[in-house]
Design a protein around this ligand. Structure first.
Ligand SMILES: [Fe+2]
Length: 297
């Protein structure tokens, strides 16, 4: 389908920063990110040392996970294969990304200081196009991030991405309509969770903690959007190419996105309680509770 067959959206905002550190120009942009915009920094590369360029190769992934990651707070490396010295160097590169992106996020969003919790840091050397997945795991379909086994209870997912591709290849995304439009589209057809199902899934360790009605609705929005071919091709959307050396920041539980192509990317996840937002009512929890007229957690 050509791009003229669906309405377009304009949700990318470009900023001129060239530094991760505190001296950069952009700060206090909580409202932009909470409104569901994609904050793009096309002059903000994550620089690799000459000795780190060898890591831009999918052979470092152990084949079981699609990403190589560092898990916090322990700081353990996961998903990588190599000898001890190589793995230590690889981990050091990923940890440096964690530290730079955290300093950067705290400058962009000083309102979140003291409340931003560092989640996994990942390095993705595997080509998006090579992934084989079921429709539910197919991230080339527009979706919001929501996970079956990991109920979030309203906690926000703030993500800092950087394209580190050495060959000029962009990270190709599609982005979609605002969260409230997505919610209004599918809420009328989403049933309440089956009585006892949250208890059962927690007891059987299908979920890591109790799945609240918030988590139920978010998963349903994720699944229904991905399963709906007419939505995927005809809903308001835009293609966005993030060139190498571009960093972008987004609430991925709010912004409809699809990863269409690209290889070699860094990603840092942060968690934020919705109460700590500049405007909690703009969170998916706030929007859903307003539309549904009842508390969801
Ligand atoms: Fe995603």
């Amino acid at each position: 389908m050509s791009s003229t067959e669906h309405p377009t959206v304009d949700i990318v905002r470009v900023y001129p920063d060239t530094s991760w550190a505190d001296d950069g120009p952009t700060r206090h942009v909580e409202q932009a990110v909470e409104d569901g915009l994609v904050l793009s920094f096309p002059q903000l590369p994550f620089e690799l040392a000459e000795s780190e360029r060898r890591f831009l190769d999918p052979r470092w992934a152990d084949g079981k996970a699609k990403n190589i990651s560092v898990r916090w707070p322990a700081g353990e490396l996961r998903g990588a294969a190599g000898d001890a010295a190589d793995l230590a160097a690889l981990k050091a590169m990923i940890v440096r990304y964690a530290e730079q992106s955290e300093a950067f996020a705290l400058r962009l969003f000083p309102h979140y200081r003291g409340h931003l919790q560092r989640g996994n840091t990942s390095f993705r050397p595997v080509d998006v196009a090579g992934r084989e997945t079921s429709w539910r795991k197919d991230d080339t379909r527009l979706h919001i991030d929501a996970f079956p086994s990991n109920p979030m209870h309203g906690t926000r997912l703030l993500r800092v991405f950087c394209n580190v591709n050495p060959n000029g290849e962009p990270r190709r995304w599609r982005v979609g309509e605002p969260f409230e439009a997505l919610a209004r589209r599918y809420l009328p057809s989403i049933p309440r969770p089956a009585p006892g199902s949250a208890w059962l899934m927690e007891t059987l360790h299908i979920t890591k903690r109790r799945r609240t009605e918030y988590d139920h609705v978010m998963l349903q929005l994720h699944d229904r959007a991905k399963a709906d071919a007419a939505f995927q091709s005809g809903s308001p959307q835009a293609r966005v190419d993030f060139a190498p050396r571009t960093t972008w920041v987004v609430f991925s539980d709010q912004v409809l996105h699809a990863a269409m192509g690209g290889q070699h990317m860094m990603e840092q996840t942060f968690y934020l309680a919705p109460e700590r937002q500049h405007r909690p009512e703009a969170s998916p929890l706030g929007v859903l509770e307003r539309l549904m007229g009842r508390p969801l957690r």
